[in-house]
Design a protein around this ligand. Sequence first.
Ligand SMILES: CC(=O)N[C@@H](CC(=O)O)C(=O)O
Ligand SMILES: [Zn+2]
Length: 318
Amino acid sequence: MSSRTIISCLQEAKRVAIFGGTHGNEMSGITLVNMWIQNSVEIERDGLVSKPFISNPRAVEKCTRYIDTDLNRAFTPENLSAPDVEGLPYEIQRAKEINRMFGPKGSSDAYDVIFDLHNTTSNMGSTLILESSTDFFNLQMVHYIKKAMAPHTCSVLLNEHPQLKYSTTRSVAKHPIGLEVGPQPQGVLRSNVFESMRTILKHALDFLELFNSGVEFPPCTVDVFRIQERMDYPRDTNGNITAMVHPHLQDCDWEPLNRGDPMFLTFDGRTILYEGANTVYPTFINEAAYYEKQQAFVTTCREILAANAIRKASNVFS
Ligand SMILES: CC(=O)N[C@@H](CC(=O)O)C(=O)O
Ligand SMILES: [Zn+2]
């Protein structure tokens, strides 16, 4: 190590929660978390308190994304500080409960890490979702997971966009991290998707154990896809879609989309081309849950993020 290496000394990451069922029809996370609630041996590590938790139990019971409103958009300061009156939408009540249990969001009492387990109908493979490009702890963790997963790929989606960023369930933690694995239909369990998610989480917990044991992680870089733009389906004046994702784009998550490439196929057989000047990398292509959010896919650009070396701050009292 060069004498000029900057080391960020961070608090130990002791309290870790694993959320499944933030969306009640995304079966891998729900099944894994229920399994770990029954028997937690697999997620136990030295120096860690790991809490498996079903975040939206009523939606899980009904096998639907949400009851009243999307829980994974609900953790806004306004919602979290709303008075506990009767008749609040279920997910707003639940957000306040989760914030009390695992937060409060933004405070030193908040959980250190929340892993939130999601599935997508898109062909994204294994993806980690970050909300900040400057959280060195998460960047180091993601770097560790990517290396441990090789030769299998694990993509990193950075959702730091001022307009497109949303108030996630995991944002209650100091270090929020989303796991998004697909393709898996809503309400369906696929063994390959289930096992990929399980493997990512195993590596993540191994990283936390190493960090807490005092291991120093040298400076690193991480290839990420930064969210750029939401692309909606073509629609008629009533708001109904008039085209589908083009067969040349379907399932091509993370592959370059260049000016002039096919994007949509109208019901009457016309191809709509991508007209943007720059090459982009689409993802969440044809995600079932996003029809209601007016999103056919999201474009991203590639970027390389750098992280300082990290290690656990030494305790002066020990
Ligand atoms: C398909 C799906 O639910 N995706 C998640 C992504 C995330 O957790 O940031 C969501 O829209 O909330
Ligand atoms: Zn989800």
